[in-house]
Design a protein. Structure first.
Length: 558
């Protein structure tokens, strides 16, 4: 009995895209890449062709109807692809076919028979397995008869299938259709839409798989990047709840905070939210997490949206945390970018790409509230949810700082508190003419923890958490706590002095009582001695009387 298998797929080598499509584009079938100008169609096709020739020993033909071969070579060379060597080794062949409207008008209607001959010669010359047609509008722009146009498009796609070529065809987006002719998307086995949009003066590129015959695939929009590393897609939809779970504990870098948890620290792989008003110590506490991770020999990625690397290093030195050695050793990586520099989706793509490259054990986002000014809360929450899912799926501990604008409302603007495994709230309280920092451990899933407030003290020796003085119906911190503690110490000194006085008095009384007892004992002893003497005298008297009586008796008898 035979078992049914899925269609064969050819890897594109584009980061994230092959994961999204569960293998790449369909082998031996045409794939249509459509989109507006500047969205990356040619780069996608070039990457597909070059990676196939370089990594999978599948030579390819690049057919260009617009750009000259030298321009194609120069464009992809900027991304680190040595196309000249591949051309010399007959791994890639570039075929430039110029379509001149004036020449076509002279000879009248035409078909694609000549094109097929040129393509067949190029394919046979290098034994091509892959082919790129860039762009299809230039090829069919001269067809005026819709019936002929449809027939030739189908004929081209059938020819590619008959040759067993894995084809990528680029096309400009039409008005209300995916392509100008509106037919290519129906005859293609796979249709990918690239979009380059601008929202609030910030541009972003997104990819969507419109159609993929014979296989499952992601259907959402996914951001993609075009940079010095080429074309990369990040499938960043929610990964569900199949996260890694650890019993191991990790230190926050603040022993007093670790002591507030029954296990002596936070669970590895947790998502930890640090919220607080300005100046409450969120970034300082986050830096302590990074410092502790690096001290354990682990990697930490610090994504800052407000401060540069040098500024962060300088500021943390003031609390006894030196991040420079970890940066020099490569255990800590600091990336700073303004929230308005990219769109939300692009920030997400960059962040997850950096996480994938650096492979850290701990990631810090400082602060996530920086995004709320450039997008609505739902978009920010969606982006951060994807980050949380991505980190938890890889067992990476995430530290998220968030700025609160009011001490009375502790709910975050991004609505992330329910997604977090642990939540630390930092506040500034005004008392006795000064502001004092306080720390509350609001939540720590899976572990017993202290519900008491701690005074959050930062000094050149680091961060310390001190229990406040619990007065009558109030918890005192700062100068008020110190004053109350001093008053208690003075009262304690006075009380101890009074105790010592009473002790001395008791000792003196004991001494006097002892002396009196000894005197009475001496008097009793003297009386007892006198009584004993008198008793002996009395005994002697009676004995002598007996003797005298005896003598008298003898005298009378005589």
């Amino acid at each position: 009995m035979s078992t049914q298998t899925g269609i064969s797929k050819s890897p594109t080598g584009i980061g994230g895209f092959d994961d999204l499509t569960l293998g790449g584009v369909p082998s031996g079938r045409p794939t249509l890449i459509c989109g507006s100008a500047g969205c990356g169609k040619t780069l996608f096709a070039s990457t597909f062709l070059i990676n196939g020739a370089r990594d999978h020993d599948e030579p390819g033909v690049f057919v260009t109807f617009e750009e000259r071969p030298n321009d194609i070579v120069d464009n992809v060379a900027s991304l680190g692809f040595a196309v000249d060597d591949m051309i010399a080794n007959k791994k890639i062949h570039i075929e430039h076919i110029a379509i001149e409207a004036s020449e076509i008008a002279e000879v009248g209607d035409y078909d694609l028979e000549a094109l097929f001959l040129r393509l067949e010669l190029a394919v046979d010359e290098i034994g091509a397995k892959r082919i790129v047609l860039d762009t299809i509008e230039s090829l069919f722009s001269a067809f005026n008869n819709p019936a002929v146009l449809r027939a030739e498009i189908r004929r081209l796609f059938d020819w590619l299938k008959d040759k067993g070529l894995t084809a990528v065809i680029t096309g400009e987006r039409g008005d209300g259709t995916l392509t100008r002719q509106g037919l290519e998307e129906y005859v293609s086995d796979c249709v990918i839409l690239l979009d380059h949009r601008v929202d609030n003066q910030v541009s972003t590129r997104r990819l969507r798989i419109v159609k993929y015959r014979g296989t499952a695939h992601g259907t959402n929009e996914y951001p993609f990047l075009i940079d010095e590393d080429g074309f990369s897609v990040l499938p960043v939809s929610s990964l569900g709840l199949a996260h890694k779970v650890f019993d191991e504990r990790i230190s926050s870098g603040v022993p007093d905070l670790d002591a507030m948890l029954a296990g002596g620290g936070f669970h590895r792989g947790s998502s930890i939210l640090l919220t607080g008003v300005a100046g409450s110590g969120k970034s300082s506490l986050a830096a302590c997490f990074a410092n502790a991770a690096c001290a354990r020999g682990e990697r930490a990625l610090y994504l800052s949206f407000e401060e540069s690397e040098r500024q962060t290093v300088r500021n943390m030195r003031s609390i006894g945390v030196d991040l420079k050695p970890w940066l020099d050793k490569g255990l800590l990586r600091h990336i700073a970018a303004r929230p308005t520099f990219y769109s939300l989706e692009m920030h997400l793509a960059v962040m997850l790409r950096e996480v994938g490259r650096f492979k850290p054990d701990l990631v810090i986002l400082d602060p996530i509230s920086a995004f709320t000014g450039s997008a609505n809360a739902l978009e920010v929450q969606s982006m951060l949810l994807r980050v949380v899912d991505y980190l938890k799926s890889d067992g990476i501990t995430g530290i998220f700082t968030h700025l609160l604008h009011s001490q009375s409302a502790i709910e975050t603007d991004a609505g992330l508190s329910s997604l977090m495994d642990a939540w630390v709230l930092l506040l500034n309280r005004e008392a006795s003419g000064e502001f004092n920092r306080e720390l509350y451990l609001l939540k720590a899933r899976g572990t017993a923890h202290s519900n008491q407030v701690r005074e959050f003290v930062m000094s050149s020796e680091g961060i310390a958490l001190k229990p406040p003085y619990i007065g009558v119906g109030v918890a005192l911190t700062g100068a008020a706590r110190r004053a109350e503690e001093a008053r208690v110490r003075r009262d304690e000194v006075a009380r101890l002095a009074e105790v010592e006085r009473l002790k001395a008095e008791v000792v003196a009384k004991k001494a006097r009582a002892k002396a009196q007892i000894e005197l009475l004992q001496a008097e009793v002893a003297a009386d007892e001695a006198e009584l004993s003497r008198m008793s002996r005298v009395e005994d002697d008297y009676f004995r002598q009387a007996e003797i005298d009586v005896a003598d008298m008796a003898r005298t009378r008898r005589t």
